[in-house]
Design a protein around this ligand. Structure first.
Ligand code: PRP
Ligand code: URA
Length: 244
């Protein structure tokens, strides 16, 4: 399926460094320390690409020799990491844009319904930034990202971009259908979701792999799923293939 042709808002990095680092990130032998470093490096590279169309305004700079024309970023930018896994992407983005504001959104995905559950949101009443970058390594069913976009649009953000390391086709379809104006920047789009809503081949659980929180075999991404989660995934896959 040609996803990039179908979803003009989808941008998959073609940078060889991204491909190299992503392969290391996927490797099950990669320990949390290296995993965190790779999340940071990939976020830097994807952030650089995602910000390529930010507008600038002309300024004059005094070099030691003479005045010259320069540029200054125009919009105020907000970084919106989705807790927990999005936390690992923040520092790299702040290196690129030290003046960005950071607004955390806490969501976890209910493992049976695969629906996002909001548990943290301290956004002030009115938007303080024009452009928001949602940071979340995994775009799986698209439920968490769609819910985050809903929150940010309600807040008043004028422009929203999603930056993720890996997306599933189902998640790209869900987010694009709900919010076609949101650009999606990723290192890769993988084959599909498994019956538990994990991206395959993917990298497993991005939060657990960053923070070393493995709760035993029943929390493994490949562990047998409940019927409800499997049905949610089948419904998303029917929608994607145009059957619904
Ligand atoms: C993961 C991931 C996304 C979400 C993606 O978070 O970081 O937020 O799942 O899934 P979706 O596209 O199907 O909504 P998780 O719920 O595991 O929480 P965590 O970051 O706290 O581990
Ligand atoms: N969340 C993850 O961390 N990994 C997946 O594959 C899907 C959701």
């Amino acid at each position: 399926m040609d996803l990039a042709g179908r979803y003009p808002n989808l941008h998959v990095s073609r940078h060889p460094l991204v491909a190299h680092k992503l392969a290391l990130l996927r490797d099950r032998a990669t320990e949390p320390k290296l995993f965190r470093e790779l999340v940071r490096e990939l976020s830097w590279l994807l952030g650089y690409e995602a910000m390529a169309d930010l507008t600038t305004q002309p300024i004059t700079v005094e070099t030691p020799l003479e005045p010259t024309a320069g540029a200054e970023l125009e919009p105020k930018v907000g970084l919106v990491p989705v807790l927990r896994a999005g936390l690992g992407m923040v520092d790299a983005m702040l290196e690129l844009m030290p003046s960005a504001e950071v607004w955390h959104i806490g969501l976890y995905r209910d493992e049976r319904s695969l629906k996002p559950v909001e548990y943290y949101n301290k956004l002030p009443d009115a938007a303080t930034v024009q452009v928001c970058l949602i940071l979340d390594p995994m775009l799986a069913t698209g439920g968490s990202s769609s819910a985050t976009v809903d929150i940010l649009k309600h807040w008043g953000a004028a422009r929203i971009k999603q930056v993720s390391l890996i997306a599933a086709p189902e998640g790209v379809a869900t987010l694009s259908a709900a919010h076609p104006d949101v650009d999606i920047h990723v290192a890769a789009v993988d084959r599909a979701l498994n019956e538990r809503g994990y991206i395959v081949p993917g990298l497993g659980d991005a939060g657990d792999r960053q923070f070393g929180t493995f709760a035993g075999p029943s929390s493994e991404p490949g562990h047998a799923s409940g019927d409800e989660a499997a049905e949610v995934v089948r419904r998303l896959q029917r929608t994607l293939s145009g059957e619904e």
